[in-house]
Design a protein around this ligand. Sequence first.
Ligand code: C2E
Ligand code: CA
Ligand code: CA
Length: 659
Amino acid sequence: MNSLFSCQIASAGFFAVIFFADTVKKHLPNRRTIFFQLFLCFMMLSSVFATAADLAGEYGEPGFILDMIQGIFLFLQMITCLMLHCYILSVDYQLHFRLSIDSVAGLRAVGGCLYLVVASVLLLSSPWTHLCFYGDGGGGIVRTPVFWGLNLILLGMFVYDIGVVWLRCLKYSRRKRMMCLFLIIDFFAMLVAELFQMPGISFFKVATLFFAYMFYLSLQSPDFFVDNATGTFNRNGFFEIFQERLAYGKETSCLIIRVRNYQAMNQIYGGEVLRKVQRRIANALVGECGEKGVFHIGSSTFAIISKSREGTLALYDKLKEVLPQNWVLKNQVVNQEYSFYEITYPLDGEDFEELVQRIHYARSDHESTHKSGELVRLRSDEMEKSDEKREVASLVEEAIMDDSIELHFQPIFSFAKGKITSLEVLARLKDRNRKYINPEFFIHVAEENHTIIQLGEQIFRKACIFASYNHIFDYGIEDININLSPAQCRYEHLTEDFVRIADQYGIPMEKMHLEITESEFTDKDAVSRTLARLKETGAKVALDDFGTGNSTLSNILELPVDFVKIDKSLVWSFAEGKNQFLNELMPMIKAEGKKIIAEGIESADHIDIIKKLQGDYLQGYYYSRPLPEKEFLRFLLKFNKKVKEGEEKVVMDQKKAFG
Ligand code: C2E
Ligand code: CA
Ligand code: CA
């Protein structure tokens, strides 16, 4: 066996090892990976046939069999070149399959296909037609001008395309460019050696494969795309596939799934436990969508690529049901919630960078911005809205940290006493431009983020400080109304905390009236439990915004409340004669022994109406808007002093009259 021959066998073995070592890895299903694997495969096959051709030439009968093997070998070699060619084109997303004659890319694809067909026919038929080569009778092969022509065309295509990619490849690192340069030089050397049947061809082949493989590894090592924690593809893989599909103009839709409250879970249970959670979710997703489409793009975030928006929507419907709904973590059952996002190219945007930005946004979206389980489309208007929420959420967090929530106070007038006997505490928060944010909005955001617990406690404490510091009960005030969000009722130690704080500032709980809204009773049990506990401490409870909710009157009347606050909208519409509700409702509420506070009193008319219906208290702009501390105190002094002076005057007059 001569040395050339052992080189052939060694190189075939080398190709086989590389090919199989690469095949066992998990590969991204994108064009450049597929073409590199095809290149490896054909490289191995062609070297097997090269060895076989040498074997046949050396030991066998020169003749038809040798011609056949030669034909197959040359054919495989041409395909190998084409695969490498396609791989290099696909590195820069230049490998188009759309055959057309009105674009350069389309023309190139047409030319490539034509070449493939013609060259295959010519090479594979040569054992019969002798168009490309024929045996010289002594185990050698003579190559014809047709063969040279075919190879020259191949070389031309290669030079052109590699030139284009090389120019674009300038954006890659120096190392990668050098790799690409070596590959090109070596490939030339291999082709030249092959064409002129020079010795050392095996060496060039091995070197070509070596450089190609290094180039491939430095650009897209399979490990770079795989997530070790879950075994699915990672964020790099996701963006690689996404970018390729966009580069080729293919409709692409993504469903992004995020595990909610992941940060909190991470703090409580630790990373190791959560890796199990990630794996279980990944398995559930792979079970539904197959290995290829699932990407783990952030510790709490997964993405699935579909070919159309319909596909994504259908997947969403399915996954809502299939994803695990609870976990047992450290012997505790944890309820699991998810956020879903969808984005489709080119429907929601055509620019890769912009779409990527939105996907990143979904990865870091604030919990409160969207409801659990809801599918959010990542469009710009949607994001502006949630950006605002996110901003407010962070302002609330800052207010909690800096103890900086402001309180305003609105007086409540008592018919029985003819003066201000109560006040409602209303929270105020300013935005970065020092403008007040709508309290309903920031309270809502705080409720969704569960920061309402801390915020509510701060409000309660500041109300106590206000009352105690200003000796508010010496000025005719009998009680303080504080709003309580239903979300606060889920907090077990709420009552204890309130009692402790009130005690600290020497305020009896009896003076505390807590207002709760009926329309948002999310967790009825928690609300009734908290109300009952609060009442045990002596605090009073008022049902807020009566008339806006949707529960029935009998339901409401069953609640253990001491006061009912008629919502302003009901007062106003009644005053305008739009309905007669209050005629019916107020007597029923009174019959239950509950006192009535009417909100939204803006005119003397409103006062008359409530007086006739035997309401007990009035609150509204007619008396005063909610005021900051100092202004409220001034208002209170003035208002109740006038009343007192009036009373004193009456007493004096009576005294005078009766001598
Ligand atoms: P609410 O509890 O119904 O508070 C009464 C709201 O009606 C206040 O709005 C008050 O300014 C307004 N109002 C009172 N009288 C009149 C009137 O005659 N005419 C008109 N047009 N409006 C009147 P505000 O301060 O904007 O608060 C809105 C809501 O935000 C409150 O509605 C309450 O649900 C919530 N909120 C405010 N502060 C707190 C708080 O400290 N905790 C909780 N949980 N919620 C709060
Ligand atoms: Ca209220
Ligand atoms: Ca109200």
